[in-house]
Design a protein around this ligand. Structure first.
Ligand code: ZN
Length: 158
């Protein structure tokens, strides 16, 4: 990654951390997931309102490092109103992004989420970036609510 791109990525992350999007509790959420990353001290609550097979509304609250907050902020911004299928695909795409360079066509679809690529250089922080995504995955994968997600029960998957 050239340094200009690195700086741009950092700007995006800092902006989402300073002004997190959709940062609020949600009344009438169909799902509320607690996400906990004890290694860093990130604690987020993800609120999702599912309607038919799309995410009608999504928001989050909590405390955490800049990477966990920025990632959650970008997640909600990207997937508000999205079909569940797109959320599934985006989970996989972001997960891949944090472990290796994605193919160009995939990278082009990421938008601001591409900024998370910079986290790849800091393996200790990958769980911060994926925390909210695992909370989302819990919503997609099951109907029970509330659920608790912790990075330390994740069988080693970052
Ligand atoms: Zn963190």
């Amino acid at each position: 990654m050239n340094s200009e791109l690195g700086e741009l990525y950092q700007e995006i992350l800092l902006d989402h951390n300073r002004h997190p999007r959709n940062f609020a509790a949600m009344a009438g959420a169909s799902h509320r997931v607690e996400a906990d990353n004890p290694l860093c001290g990130d604690r987020l609550q993800l609120y999702v309102k599912l309607e038919a097979d799309r995410i009608a509304d999504i928001s989050f609250q909590g405390t955490g490092c800049a990477i966990s907050i920025a990632s959650a902020s970008m997640l909600t911004e990207r997937l508000k109103g999205a079909p569940l299928q797109e959320a599934e695909t985006m989970f996989e795409t972001v997960h891949d992004l944090l472990t290796r360079e994605p193919p160009p066509d995939v990278a082009a679809d990421l938008g601001e989420l591409a900024a998370l690529a910079g986290v790849r250089r800091y393996p200790m922080r990958v769980k911060c970036a994926t925390l909210s995504w695992h909370a989302l995955k819990a919503v997609l994968g099951e109907d029970t609510s509330p659920a608790v997600v912790t990075t330390e029960s994740d069988r080693g998957r970052p």
